[in-house]
Write a protein that binds this ligand. Structure first.
Ligand code: GLP
Length: 251
């Protein structure tokens, strides 16, 4: 567990860990997440990469292979609300990566269940995730593994919970019903198979779920709690997110 002052300090730290693992090769294939938590992380990573020598930047581009956790069903790369579009904005364009090096489930696939199977198999064929970056949903989801979530679940297509649709609403004009109803997500099995995991949690809104995560035993009702059984997971959080977890327990 690493407690840092604020969102910016968390972003800088996580970007440093990511870059080090990318340069020493242990990060590949890299597991990526979307969401507000990751925006400052990716901005910090872009700044760090820009400070590298040209040949190192070129090496990173050649080596890059990332698999995102999830994508909304029904949204394609041309839709600004898709995770494809977010990854293009935050990483692909600033780092000048080849689109084929940044993988996400195809939200426009005719059969999303078959697409989930294909995507999981593609990740398996690439050797599974080296370093997995994770955000935390307000209801304890990781990727889009909604509670209750079995630790053995594999890449699948699912209906989003009301809580997640509310969390997504900001991207779709504030209306939870305007956003996607389904998503394709890597399962807990693929996430837990990552060789190393960074769980990044910032902001006061996450304080209750982070407290639950740090105090409860592993349970399907809190999908992120399955991470407790992983041998190399680090939680990186800011003071606001840790406020309740670190508060004194009642006598
Ligand atoms: C989203 C995504 C997750 C993300 C999490 C937290 O809905 N499916 O991959 O990490 O919820 O999002 P945010 O960082 O916006 O709080």
């Amino acid at each position: 567990m690493r407690a840092l002052a604020d969102e910016q300090a968390v972003a800088d730290h996580v970007a440093g860990v990511l870059l080090e693992a990318m340069l020493d090769g242990s990060a590949w294939p890299l597991g990526l997440a979307t969401g507000r938590t990751m925006e400052p992380v990716y901005a910090a990573l872009v700044r760090r990469v820009a400070a590298l020598e040209q040949h190192q930047q070129q090496g990173l581009r050649q080596r890059w292979l990332s698999f995102n956790l999830d994508e909304s069903v029904g949204l394609g790369a041309a839709d600004p609300g898709s995770f494809h579009a977010a990854m293009h904005r935050h990483l692909l364009e600033p780092l000048q990566l080849a689109p084929s090096r940044l993988r996400l489930p195809e939200g426009l696939a005719v059969d999303p269940h078959a697409e989930a199977e294909r995507y999981g198999a593609a990740l398996g064929a690439a050797g599974g995730i080296g370093l997995q970056l994770l955000g935390l949903g307000l209801n304890g989801h990781v990727g889009f593994n909604e509670p209750p979530a079995a630790a053995e679940s594999r890449c699948h297509c699912l209906h989003l919970s009301a809580a997640s649709r509310r969390q997504n609403a900001a991207v779709f004009g504030g209306d939870p019903a305007a956003g996607p109803a389904r998503a394709i997500t890597l399962g807990l099995a693929e996430i837990l198979a990552a060789r190393r995991i960074l769980l990044v949690v910032t902001g006061a809104a996450k304080a209750p779920v982070l407290r639950a995560l740090l105090r409860q035993r592993a349970t399907a009702e809190l999908p992120a709690s399955w991470l407790q059984g992983h041998p190399q997971v680090e939680v990186i959080a800011d003071r606001a997110a840790l406020a309740l977890a670190l508060a004194e327990q009642p006598a």
